[in-house]
Design a protein around this ligand. Structure first.
Ligand code: CDP
Ligand code: CDP
Length: 224
């Protein structure tokens, strides 16, 4: 895996990680890993199986046996397309709760590393640069103000036809960021070798260009 180039994009919720990472992957013709969706799908499976989200060994066992597939832009759990359910805020909050459990993170580690195949990978999440792919040649830490992020998430949910309330979103995302940043294992935090990018006042294209400039500067990948 040392030879396979990885770009790690970490940051808080709705900072634009997924959007930017997917576009950078497309430009480079590389694979893309949305690691948050793995935590989300496991949270959904745990809820559906009636598991207590604090039951570490139970949720970790569910992770080991998880029947999940990523294909044609959708995520499938036990053969069912659960893409829409995954995007709900309650699924994100449940994901953040199981993500505090060390045995659960350990159980999901290899599943994430399996995405690292030639010609390269762009991975987004919370611990891509710190834990899952510490050898990444480029680590980006994306942020934006909490207000900008609540606004972005609001628009995204409304577009998908899901219920949303801006005040609840702002409160929830601040709560989730605090939980993600304060957990003992793989907390949300910029690595010492990460490049910080505040996207509060940037368009998606500007954020993508910023990342691409670093990719070129570090000599990886020819731009399509
Ligand atoms: O993956 P993450 O939760 O960090 O965020 P996302 O789902 O990629 O982005 C949240 C929303 O913000 C999306 O609808 C984007 O189109 C929008 N957005 C952005 O990502 N970056 C900007 N500079 C402006 C808006
Ligand atoms: O899209 P958004 O940024 O809101 O969330 P996500 O990336 O889908 O992740 C959902 C939750 O999973 C996060 O709040 C984290 O607690 C957890 N997660 C994690 O712990 N490590 C990752 N690499 C990705 C997600």
């Amino acid at each position: 895996p040392d030879l396979i180039p990885v770009i790690a994009i970490d940051g808080p919720t709705a900072s634009g990680k997924g959007t930017v990472a997917a576009l950078v992957a497309e430009k480079l013709g590389w694979h893309y890993l949305d690691s948050g969706s793995i935590y989300r799908v496991l949270a959904l499976a745990a809820i559906r199986r009636g598991l207590d989200l604090a039951n570490e060994s139970g949720v970790a066992a569910a992770a080991t046996g998880l029947d999940v597939a990523f294909s044609s832009g959708s995520v499938w759990l036990d053969g069912e397309d659960v893409s829409l359910d995954l995007r709900r805020e309650e699924t994100g909050n449940a994901a953040s709760r199981i993500a505090t459990l060390p045995a659960v993170r350990a159980a999901l580690l290899e599943r994430q590393r399996d995405f690292c195949v030639m010609p390269g990978l762009v991975a987004d999440g919370r611990d891509m640069g710190s834990v899952v792919f510490p050898e990444s040649f480029l680590k980006i830490f994306l942020t934006a103000s909490a207000e900008a992020r609540a606004e972005r998430r609001y628009k995204q949910l409304i577009e998908k036809g899901l219920a949303a309330n801006i005040d609840d979103l702002l409160r929830d995302l601040q709560e989730r960021d605090a939980r993600d940043a304060s957990r003992l294992v793989a907390p949300l935090k910029a690595c010492a070798d990460a490049v910080l990018l505040d996207t509060t006042k940037l368009s998606i294209d500007e954020a993508v260009q910023f990342v691409m400039d670093f990719v070129v500067q570090r000599g990886a990948g020819r731009v399509a």
